[in-house]
Structures are given as C-alpha cells and as structure tokens.
Design a protein around this ligand. Structure first.
Ligand code: GLU
Length: 467
C-alpha cells in the first residue's frame, strides 16, 4: 500500500506570514495537490509569550489571499497539550526521557567550562539515568524540565529532498529539552508528535531547521513512529546577499497585497524563486500543480529580485479581467482617500483599467492613474509652461468649442481633434501634448481621444478651460 501524501505548513504566530514561509507553504501545497494528497495548516503557538491572535489572523489571511487552501486545520498546538503530555509520560515510562533539575546557572557554568576546554557546549548529562549511576539528590523548589535521552553514539542520516544526503553525528547533539519548566513542550518535540499524529509524509521547511532534524528523527525512532521525508529549502536572500529581513524591505505577504501585487503573480514569482521547470517564467496555478513533483528545487539560496517581481506582476495585470482589477484599484483608491460609488466601480473604472493597465506594474500604479479620472488634477507648472504655450492656446479653445457640442464618443472626439488641427495648421503632437497635460497632468498618456472619452465632457471642458 502506498502511503498517502500529506504535507503541512506550521507557522509560528509570532508575526506576519514571512515570504520564506509562504514559499514553503506553496511548495507543500503544490506537492500535495500534484500527488492528489492533503495539505494541513498547523499553528505552532507554544511560544506563548510571543504568539498573538493578530498574527494568526494575518497568517490565515495571507494563506487565503495566496489561494493556498488547506484540507485540515488550522490545528493549534496549544489545544493539544494533553496529547503531548501523554507522549511524554510514555517516553518517561520507557526510560527514554527524564527530569532534569539543573538550574540555568549550573547549565551556564557547564557551558563555560566546556567552551574553555574548546569543546562543544553540550549538556553534560548530569540527570540522565544510566544503569548503576546515582543521580544527584532532587533539589527542593526547583521545577524540572524533561529531557529526551538522545542516542550517544552513531549518526543520524537522511536523504533530504532538497539538499541530498545529510549526516550528523549524535556526538554533536545533546539531550534535548522536550518540556519546559512550565509544562509546555518545545518545538522539536511537539513538531514530531504532530507530524506523527497528522500522518505527515513530507516535511518541507526552511533550512534553518536542518540542525533540528536529527533530534526529531531520533524522537520519531524512540516513539516507533514512521519517519516522514524532509526537504529543507534554502533561505531567500535580499539584494545585498543577506537573509531577507524586515530591515531589507517588505518581507510579509500582506505588504505585497497592499503594495498592489496580484496573488497569482506572487504565487508564480515565489514558486520560481527556488524551483524551476525548464525556462518557464510564467505559469498558472494549474501548471504549477502539474509540474511540481518535488524535483528541481534549488540547493542554493535564491535572491529576492523586486524588479523581476514587478515584471511578473505587470504580466498578470495585463491579462487580468478589468472588472476584477477595478475592484482592486477601488480598494487602493480608498487608501489614497478617494471613494467611488459602487456603480462607478462596476461600469466606469473597468474601462479606465482597460485603458491603463498595460503601463502599470502594480494596482497601486494603476490607482494613481485612475485617480486622475476621479479627483482633480494639478498639472506641473513646468509641464504647463513647456506644452501649453500661447501659440497653442487658440487651438485649445477651438477644440474646447467643438468638444462642447460633438457626439461624445471616441470617433467623434478624434474627428474634432483632426478638424482643429487642419484649421490651425498644427501637427497632432503639438495639440495632443498640451491637451494631455491639461486633462491628466502629464504628457504621457494613452491615446488622447480614448482618454477624453473616458474622462467625460464635463471634466474635459473644465480642465481644458484652465489653459
Ligand atoms: N514553527 C516552525 C517555524 O515557523 C515550523 C518549522 C517546521 O516546519 O517544522 O519555523
């Protein structure tokens, strides 16, 4: 019988959903979908001091935005304390875990002494039971931690799905604390119980966890639990070659939503960052699921490239449905202080989006353009001086006069412009540039007849009247 493919993402709610975690979530999701398996969301909230409901909400919202729908969850670790306790009791009963009463001061002293001798600062095993060993007397008033009896010899080896074979000697690692003095299990223990109980077959996560994996593998073995396969994805680097972090720009998924990126563009960019399918740069979700089989994951860190992300986003904006774009642009406009009637968002704004989306790489940029259609425009004095010269003003007045009465559609507006050009003997750009500056505040706009048509007669005449 082949095992069902089950993957999971297990963020800690101590902040927003980081791009690195989002990418791992994406790989886990795509892997499960590719093999017809299941994808689980688990919230690792055992760091009680730092976990917040606000972070949980942000993580859920980011997952929803990216369309990473999960089949189970969110499962909260803090709701599973009884289960962890039962497993700890079992390990204790089997002599595979023990109470350790060493105080932080004692542990520090051991660490310092080991460092001074040039040894790795591992726990000295003082409370580890062994045949014939007499343990120190239990000190009064000290709450113990529970430690796992890590094997003291041998190696831990696994064939990492991303990095290939990895071996770490048990001599390099010590008896891990699995339950803190407050009774709450540590990450490395809870993660094993969960991955076991949730029948996770494949664990994708960031490579900062590689050093945790040997402990986890040893705990799986001690529990007699089947071992999942592990794939550790390299970190994402910022453009300075350092790990992508808050100081180096936006690292939360939500920041990109607010910044005017489309979720499908983010998904495409994140997937490609650390994985490839030939030379394909743009692919749909369906293609990603079809192609993503866990191979072709990069072993080395990828560099976050904001320019490429903008390019990818621009491609998706070009293809996006105008009514959908209008909804997104309306949200951005609200952030800019411009609120539109629902009827405008449904009918007029989609046309504005259609006209302008080719020149925009985010919906924020598109909103900045769209704003010119709904809020007043103040042309730059230098642009006015350069384009709206005395020589062209009579032509602008003649145009305004025609536009006051012509039929209001693109063809009639184009005809009015041509008639004025013929009448005053100017070339198209000589009239079109000042018109653009007056009505939209910039000489670079899409075709002037289309702009005027969408802007509407009333606004066009008012803005031309400022010449
Ligand atoms: N809570 C851990 C983290 O956010 C999960 C690591 C794992 O996937 O095992 O890094």
């Amino acid at each position: 019988m082949t095992q069902k493919i089950r993957t999971r993402i297990a963020p800690s709610p101590t902040g927003f959903l980081h791009l690195g975690t989002a990418r791992t979530a994406l790989y886990s999701w795509a892997y499960a979908r590719h093999f017809g398996g299941e994808f689980v969301l688990r919230i690792e909230d055992t760091d009680v001091a730092r976990s917040t409901q606000d972070s949980v909400d942000q993580i859920l919202e980011s997952m929803r935005w990216l369309g990473l729908e999960y089949d189970e969850g969110p499962i909260y670790q803090m709701q599973r304390l009884d289960r962890y306790k039962a497993v700890v009791d079992q390990l204790m009963a089997e002599g595979k875990a023990y109470y350790c009463y060493s105080t932080p001061e004692e542990l520090d002293a051991v660490r310092e002494a080991k460092k001074a001798r040039g040894e790795k600062a591992l726990y000295d095993g003082r409370w580890r039971p062994a045949p014939g060993k007499t343990l120190p007397p239990v000190p009064a008033g000290v709450k113990p931690v529970v430690r796992f009896c890590n094997p003291q010899e041998g190696d831990v080896t696994w064939n990492d799905l991303v990095k290939g074979p990895i071996t770490i000697s048990n001599r390099e690692i010590d008896d891990l604390i699995i339950v803190r003095t407050d009774g709450i299990p540590t990450y490395n223990f809870a993660v094993v119980v969960d991955d076991w109980d949730m029948q996770i077959s494949h664990v994708f996560r960031g490579d900062e966890h590689i050093n945790n994996t040997p402990w986890q593998i040893n705990i799986f073995a001690a529990l007699g639990a089947p071992l999942p396969l592990f794939g550790h994805c390299p970190v994402i680097l910022g453009d300075d070659g350092q790990k992508l972090s808050k100081r180096r720009g936006a690292v939360s998924v939500t920041a990109y939503e607010e910044g005017g990126y489309l979720p499908e563009a983010m998904l495409n960019y994140l997937a490609r960052l650390g994985w490839s399918h030939g030379d394909e740069e743009l692919f749909t979700r369906a293609q990603l699921v079809e192609w993503f089989d866990g191979t072709h994951l990069n072993k080395s860190p990828a560099q976050w490239d904001p320019v490429k992300l903008l390019w990818v986003n621009a491609q998706y904006i070009k293809q996006a449905d105008n009514t959908r774009l209008a909804g997104l642009v309306a949200q951005q406009l609200t952030r800019q202080g411009i609120t539109l009637d629902a009827s405008v968002v449904q009918t007029h704004l989609p046309q504005v989006c259609a006209l302008l989306k080719d020149r925009c790489d985010t919906t924020v940029a598109l909103a900045t353009w769209a704003a010119k259609f709904y809020a007043d425009v103040t042309p730059d004095a230098a642009e006015l001086a350069q384009h709206v010269t005395d020589a062209v003003k009579p032509a602008l007045q003649a145009l305004a006069a025609r536009l006051a009465t012509c039929t209001w559609d693109k063809a009639s507006i184009a005809a009015a412009i041509k008639e004025v050009l013929a009448e005053v003997g100017l070339k198209m750009p000589q009239l079109a540039m000042p018109v653009r500056v007056l009505v939209l505040g910039t000489p670079q706009t899409p075709s002037v007849d289309a702009v005027l048509e969408l802007l509407g007669r009333e606004k066009v005449l008012a803005r031309l009247g400022r010449a």
